[in-house]
Design a protein around this ligand. Structure first.
Ligand code: FES
Length: 99
């Protein structure tokens, strides 16, 4: 459903983990864009019904892209630039307190 523009495919590879599995994005990707490019459409589950949600606006407005990034919950994945070694995971249900 989602694919990068051809010119973006030649950008440097950025390794990260998604749900504990090795993954690759491209320099310039947001975390949300990198996850979508993996073919993963859901990045969180709603707090009450646990319905899957995926990035919608990709510009910081809808908050449907909330993910756990490097152990920090409730991050807007569309607003966070992908960096090497990031640990990215779906946010499931209500966010847990963060120390
Ligand atoms: S996709 Fe809408 S805020 Fe991130």
């Amino acid at each position: 459903m989602f694919r990068r523009l051809p010119e973006a495919e030649s950008r440097p590879v950025i390794p990260f983990t998604f749900e504990g599995r090795p993954a690759e994005g491209r320099a310039g990707d947001s975390v949300a864009a990198a996850v979508l490019a993996l073919g993963e459409l859901a990045c969180r589950e709603t707090a009450i019904s646990r319905t899957p949600r995926g990035p919608y606006c990709l510009m910081g407005v809808c908050f449907d892209c909330l993910m756990e990034i490097d152990g920090v919950p409730n991050r807007q994945a569309c607003m966070v630039p992908l960096a090497p070694g990031m640990r990215v995971a779906r946010q499931r249900g209500p966010r847990q307190p963060w120390p």
